[in-house]
Design a protein around this ligand. Structure first.
Ligand code: HEM
Length: 397
């Protein structure tokens, strides 16, 4: 486990997952922690109501002093870090905005943004200069899409990248509470931003989702103002960080495999399988946490109430009992259902949006800039839960 938290472990955690898997798909460590590396075992855990997400009650037991940190105070006001009945209430409020039907209606906007971001990369790289695709392509597209949906003006978006990145640091394993300080500061600034946005949309509504959410909230009072702001912040962070990492990963995986890049250029149908395989092979979210609400027997391992479970979904995605040749990147894999969007009650609300955006934009980038190639070895951020490139340098001509 220590090695997984080292810089080298974070650059390539996959051999370490295999070492853990050798001890079995569910492994208890020291009586208080359980690590799950099996596909079926992770999938079942996500659908077991007695395995709770980290909410305020769980944090009281797990992380004394957390209430002094605004990062976690705000996180526990959103649906991801809640359990029923709050989770059900939040999810009901927000879910129809991201249904398959809603997402189909977002497609023209995503295509317009994809067109603009590819032009932007083309302009930056026109004279042979290297372009870092993480800020200039992946983040720009992901934030542009969710920003437009939520009514965040484009000129406010560049400042958001650092805030979003700092907030995801609060989700990493916490050894020292000082690690939360950047996330606290970022969360305070973002909360202020969203409080102001909500107030603006209340007096001057637009066609964006924030205006719609404010209208529904004010009519029915299903959510408090803080819960509305907390969940709006979740929507921004969730739709910016993991999609950014997915896009960067997909481009890197394609540029490393010329024949796959060519397939994406020629066959629009190929994108869906490529997205699924990128999600499986190198997921933006590597691990999810749960806590046992009561004593249970979990695949033969005795799990006492209060035990923390780390579901290593990235390891589950490479479980040889579920996937043939799991270490091979194969976009034509049949029945490919990675664990990367979670499962059960917390199944990713933005999965359809993330898929559609990734399918649209990556093929377009490769098709319109066929001369693109990697400039140097891509590296990953120093993070293990949210994994993604910190830089992805390319040349485009
Ligand atoms: C590659 C892209 C994405 C990945 C890998 C991803 C991954 C995940 C995962 C693993 C969870 C559940 C965590 C758990 O069970 O504890 C989740 C939940 C969530 N995601 Fe995503 N996500 C992505 C994109 C998006 C987008 C675009 C949105 C925007 C709407 C979004 C919004 C959410 C929300 C609101 C939740 C909380 C759902 C709940 O608790 O009921 N995600 N996501």
């Amino acid at each position: 486990m220590g090695r997984l938290l080292s810089y080298e472990g974070k650059q390539n955690p996959y051999p370490l997952y295999e070492e853990m898997r050798a001890h079995g798909p569910v492994v208890a460590v020291g009586g208080t922690h359980v690590f799950v590396t099996g596909y079926e075992e992770c999938a079942r855990a996500l659908r077991t109501p007695d395995l709770l997400s980290t909410d305020a009650v769980v944090q009281d037991a797990k992380l004394p002093g957390w209430r002094e940190h605004s990062s976690w105070l705000w996180l526990t006001r959103n649906m991801l870090f809640s359990n029923d009945p709050n989770h059900e209430r939040y999810r009901r409020f927000f879910s129809s905005a991201f249904s398959a039907r809603s997402v189909a209606a977002f497609r023209p906007m995503v295509e317009r943004r994809a067109h603009d971001v590819v032009r932007h990369v083309q302009d930056l790289g026109a004279d042979g200069r290297t372009v870092d695709l993480v800020p200039e392509f992946s983040f720009r597209l992901a934030t542009g899409v969710i920003g437009e949906l939520l009514g965040i003006p484009d000129e406010d978006q560049p400042g958001l990248r650092e805030l979003v990145g700092d907030i995801t640091l609060a989700l990493e394993p916490i050894g020292d509470m000082r690690q939360l300080l950047p996330g606290d500061a970022a969360m305070d600034r973002l909360a202020e931003y969203f409080h102001a946005l909500v107030a603006r949309r209340r007096v001057a509504p637009g066609t964006d989702l924030t205006s719609e959410f404010v209208r529904i909230r004010d009519a029915g009072e299903e959510l408090t103002e803080q819960e509305l702001v907390g969940n709006l912040m979740l929507l921004l962070v969730a739709a910016a960080e993991a999609p950014q990492d997915l896009l960067s990963n997909m481009v890197r995986l394609a540029l490393e495999r010329a024949e796959e890049a060519e397939r994406l250029r020629k066959d629009p149908e190929a994108a869906a399988g490529f997205v699924d395989e990128a999600l499986r092979f190198d997921p933006a979210v590597q691990a999810l946490n749960r806590v046992a609400a009561r004593d249970l027997d979990y695949f033969g391992v005795q799990v006492a109430e209060g035990t923390a479970l780390t579901l290593l979904i990235a390891a589950g995605n490479r479980d040889p009992r579920r996937f043939d040749a799991p270490g091979v990147f194969d976009p034509r894999r049949p029945d490919n259902q990675p664990l990367t969007f979670s499962g059960g009650a917390h199944y990713c609300l933005g999965a359809a949006l993330a898929r559609m955006s990734a399918e649209t934009v990556v093929s377009r980038l490769l098709t319109e800039l066929p001369g693109m190639s990697l400039a140097g070895r891509p590296t990953f951020r120093d993070q293990i839960v949210q994994r993604g490139h910190d830089r992805l340098l390319v040349t485009t001509v």
